[in-house]
Design a protein around this ligand. Structure first.
Ligand code: SAM
Length: 245
């Protein structure tokens, strides 16, 4: 899905609200607790919607993402915004150890959960090698409890100008694997453009904790939002704050 422009076409105008991105950036920077000038790795950072504002606030930023479509867009938009970010187009399982960042963020269900648990562990271990000891790491994903409470077997979104439609159907939760399996169809101007399937493991908080600990992180807290609210059964997000040991 992420090697096409599916994500940019279907999500961009939904998630690029300037105010909510600014709020999330405020929150995640507060959770990281790093002084200006520190080096932050936006791990699976997409087209830079967090990396660019973080760089604007005076941090050194490296963005790593698998998708050349996303990283090219991030590079172009960073140039237009007049900020410098380092961009690495790579699979997160091969995060270069030379990055040596002071902290990392992984925003909006990015990378973790789409492959196998073994791959997620490999990825987190390679993230650990790319961070300095004591570095803070904020992982932001969907809360499995929220999805269960608001479960919808099909979904439908329309872009703000009406030109792009995305239909998600069917959406199945597989009890054997704990994965949400979706087939999504993209229509542009009434024409069927693309069909993508995805399979996302909905990790429980304690499962993410085990995975992070196996990779060499110490989990400090589970939060229900990037604003730092405690995790509750109603929380929409699952935010895990951890420390690189
Ligand atoms: C849901 S998007 C979120 C992007 C960004 N964090 C944001 O909030 O806009 C997930 C991102 O993860 C990236 N991704 C997925 N699998 C990856 C992998 N194996 N290695 C690196 N990046 C990956 C995708 O290319 C995509 O940009």
């Amino acid at each position: 899905m992420f090697l096409t422009d599916f994500y940019v076409q279907t999500y961009r105008d939904k998630v690029d609200d300037e105010l909510s991105v600014a709020r999330d950036v405020d929150g995640v920077l507060k959770l990281l607790g790093l002084p200006k000038g520190s080096h932050i790795l936006d791990w699976c950072g997409g087209y830079g919607r967090h990396a660019i504002p973080i760089a604007k606030r005076g941090y050194r930023v490296t963005l790593l993402d698998l998708s050349p479509i996303h990283t090219r867009l991030a590079g172009r938009e960073a140039r237009e915004a007049g900020v410098k970010i380092r961009i690495v187009t790579k699979d997160f399982r091969k995060t270069p150890p030379r990055i040596k960042a002071d902290g990392a963020i992984n925003m909006f269900t990015a990378g973790i959960g789409y492959l196998s648990e073994r791959d997620d562990l490999l990825a987190l271990k390679s993230l650990r090698r790319a961070l300095k000891p004591g570095a803070t790491f904020v992982l932001d994903t969907m809360s499995p409890h929220y999805i269960a409470r608001n479960y919808n077997p099909s979904g439908y979104t329309v872009s703000n100008d009406g030109s792009v439609r995305k239909v998600s159907f069917p959406r199945v939760y597989d009890f054997w694997t704990g994965r949400l399996i979706s087939t999504e169809t993209l229509y542009v101007g009434g024409r069927k453009e693309m069909v993508v399937t995805s399979s996302l493991r909905l990790y429980q908080p304690h499962e993410l904790k085990e995975l992070l600990e196996k990779a060499g992180f110490e989990v400090l807290s589970f939060l229900g939002s990037l604003a730092g609210e405690p995790m509750a059964i109603e929380s929409k997000r699952l935010v895990v704050l951890s420390l690189r040991r």
